[in-house]
Design a protein around this ligand. Structure first.
Ligand SMILES: CC(C)(COP(=O)(O)OP(=O)(O)OC[C@H]1O[C@@H](n2cnc3c(N)ncnc32)[C@H](O)[C@@H]1OP(=O)(O)O)[C@@H](O)C(=O)NCCC(=O)NCCS
Length: 188
């Protein structure tokens, strides 16, 4: 496995640092917020029930996964030193130089200020320049217009269907999007 520095990735006043178990209070707060959970939690079928905000125990399990899963690199997104969201890479396919990414800005007050874009640019820099990956893929709900626009601006293109998601009494398509190292743009 390739190693990469965890600390110090930054773009403007947005900085990525390794997520820690001590970040628990914010993770609990964000994952109990329907505005976060609705766009991040994949529920593949009605047998799993509706998308419910996480209780503390579920949020703690999620944090454990983010921090301890050896196949994940999860970063805290900091703005001027304040932890406002999480971002990371998972499901690394080292043989083919690929990985999947995820992002959530938990603090609603800092949304739509360029933080998600800056954090994604920093993550892609880690993926393409640090880890020497050639491709980053993700799954995004078809109703998540904000995220889809953000990804397109960074050079992500449609990459088929990732899966399906049950919410509000129906299935939604989870689209896949991907960006190649060659097609990545630092402009938004
Ligand atoms: C998607 C998300 C990460 C965007 O983060 P952000 O910091 O608000 O995004 P930015 O301010 O960098 O916006 C970049 C671009 O994305 C698009 N965008 C962001 N928020 C938008 C919104 N509410 N409506 C429409 N477009 C939006 C715009 O094109 C925007 O560029 P512009 O402001 O110049 O028009 C954030 O809204 C979020 O965490 N959402 C909930 C979790 C989630 O959806 N995660 C992704 C799962 S695939």
């Amino acid at each position: 496995m390739t190693s990469v520095a965890w600390e110090g990735s930054s773009s403007s006043n947005v900085r990525l640092r390794r997520l820690r178990l001590s970040d628990r209070p914010r993770i609990r707060r964000w994952m109990s917020d329907p505005a976060v959970i609705r766009f991040t939690v994949l529920v593949p079928g009605p047998e799993y029930g509706p998308v419910e905000p996480y209780d503390d125990a579920a949020a703690d399990r999620y944090l454990d996964l983010l921090v301890r899963d050896p196949d994940r690199r999860t970063f805290a997104i900091e703005v001027a030193g304040v932890h406002v969201g999480n971002i990371g890479l998972k499901n690394h396919d080292w043989e083919n130089g690929a990985a999947e990414c995820f992002v959530e800005i938990g603090e609603l007050s800092v949304r739509r200020q360029g933080v998600g874009s800056a954090a994604m640019r920093a993550l892609l820099e880690i993926a393409f320049q640090g880890l020497r990956l050639t491709r980053v893929r993700l799954g995004v709900f078809e109703f998540n217009v904000a995220a889809i626009q953000l990804y397109r601006k960074l050079g992500f293109v449609d990459d088929g269907v990732y899966g399906s998601h049950w919410a509000d009494g129906r299935f939604w398509v989870v689209n896949a999007m991907a960006v190649e190292a060659a097609g990545w743009t630092t402009q938004t």
